[in-house]
Design a protein around this ligand. Structure first.
Ligand SMILES: *Cc1c(COP(=O)(O)O)cnc(C)c1O
Length: 339
């Protein structure tokens, strides 16, 4: 089964990775305790390690990135308050609007550039004055990377500074922030600077089976821990997941550069095929977007499937389980299709 799985080249997401044998071993060997009692030494170590890496006081291990963002919004906002974000960002478009449905928090979506950026002027015009006709603007939530694009630090700095001037808190959905760090050469703590909280996924490019870490100051994390329990996210011997995270922090961060290089190679080859409409400028980390028409995409996907290559839509994601050889194989297969 394992060898069969490894033969398949799966571009659907960087969440499809299998934990490596070394990661599994680290999970088996982890010292464990009841994390709801605060007694899991491995979970505690992961939380401290991630917090330190991002220059924050404390961290909290959560089952998923969605829960992490949701808890961050609950911790920053009361009912009737509002999050300013972008329409394309995960918190607005892909979390079933949980903050509104369950938290009574409204979201104000701004439109971003093709590379996922919003600017300070947009944010400023979205901040409501104190008037009973409007929700109370309370949080600005940004994302990095956005669909593989690394966000410009200068613009982020302007937005977080503006938010502070207006008394708003700031959250960063950094599901793939290690990709942003490796692609830009900017340290995680620098990318997190100016944000009150940051959410980091362990189960995307880092390749663990599950888990996200939310970081922020002590009071914020104390409140978030309470919300986690209330939402049913309190896990017991969660050190097994934390051990996978600690292993990934040590062994799977620098290697993200390989994914980025593979993405560039794939995109450069695809760019030679006019109907794929590849924008090379958009290839900044581990994602490649192709834009053939729907019928062509369906035919291409069906053809690739016969070669054990899976693409589900316009987005191809590079990860731990896609080697340079698999990228070469994919390039040949795509060239065969178009010949
Ligand atoms: C995947 C993702 C999330 C949510 O993570 P899950 O663990 O799938 O809930 C949040 N934000 C971004 C940008 C993501 O890519």
């Amino acid at each position: 089964m394992a060898t069969l799985m490894q033969k398949i080249v799966d571009f659907r997401s960087d969440t499809v990775t299998q934990p490596t044998p070394e990661m599994k071993q680290a999970m088996l060997n982890a010292p464990l305790g009841d994390d709801v009692f605060g007694e899991d030494p491995t979970a505690n170590l992961l939380e401290e390690t991630v917090a330190e890496r991002f220059g924050k006081q404390a961290g909290l291990l959560l089952p998923s990135g969605t829960q992490s963002n949701f808890i961050a919004m609950l911790a920053h906002c009361q009912r009737g308050e509002e999050v300013i974000t972008a329409e394309e960002y995960h918190v607005f478009s892909y979390e079933a609007r949980g903050a509104s449905v369950l938290g009574g928090i409204s979201l104000h979506p701004l439109s971003s550039t093709a590379y996922g950026a919003i600017n300070a002027a947009q944010v400023e015009s979205a901040i409501k004055e104190d008037d009973s006709h409007f929700p109370i603007s309370k949080l600005v939530s940004l994302e990095n990377t956005v669909s593989g694009c690394v966000q410009p630090q200068e613009s982020i700095r302007e937005i977080t500074t503006l938010a502070k001037q207006h008394g708003l808190n700031t959250h960063l959905d950094g599901a793939r922030i290690f990709n942003a760090s490796i692609a830009s050469g900017i340290a995680p703590a620098e990318l997190a600077n100016g944000f009150d909280s940051v959410s980091i996924c362990l189960s995307k490019g880092l390749g663990t089976p599950a888990g996200s870490v939310l970081v922020g100051d002590h009071d914020f994390i104390r409140y978030a821990r309470r919300q986690r329990k209330m939402l049913g996210g309190g896990m017991r011997q969660s050190g097994m997941l934390a051990a996978a995270g600690l292993h990934a922090l040590k062994h799977h961060v620098e290697r993200l550069a390989d994914d980025h290089q593979n993405a560039k190679k794939l995109a450069t080859a695809f760019a030679k095929i006019p109907s794929l409409n590849v924008d090379l400028e958009r290839v900044q980390s581990n994602m490649v977007f192709i834009q053939p028409d729907d019928e062509e995409l369906t035919e291409l996907a069906a053809f690739l499937k016969t070669r054990d290559i899976i693409i589900s839509r316009q987005r191809l994601v590079l990860h731990l389980d896609i080697t340079a050889e698999m990228v070469d194989k994919t390039i040949s297969a795509v060239n065969d299709f178009y010949e």
